[in-house]
Design a protein around this ligand. Structure first.
Ligand SMILES: [Zn+2]
Length: 60
């Protein structure tokens, strides 16, 4: 419910915000290049997904 800003004390605002937590991003190891990638996404290092090359990565 919307409450006017001047009716909420700084302490109650601070105690509500104290429950905010940072969440670690989901990271899994790529089975091909063993780099970190996000689950269910093409690997940004080798461009593979499900054993197939999906995107070409430049290798210099
Ligand atoms: Zn990879």
């Amino acid at each position: 419910m919307a409450v006017p800003k001047k009716k909420k004390s700084k302490a109650s605002t601070a105690s509500r915000r104290a429950t905010w937590k940072l969440e670690a991003p989901g990271l899994v190891e790529c089975p091909r290049c063993h780099g970190a990638r996000m689950p269910h996404r093409v690997c940004p290092q080798c461009g593979h997904y499900d054993g197939k090359e999906i995107i070409k990565i430049k290798e210099d």
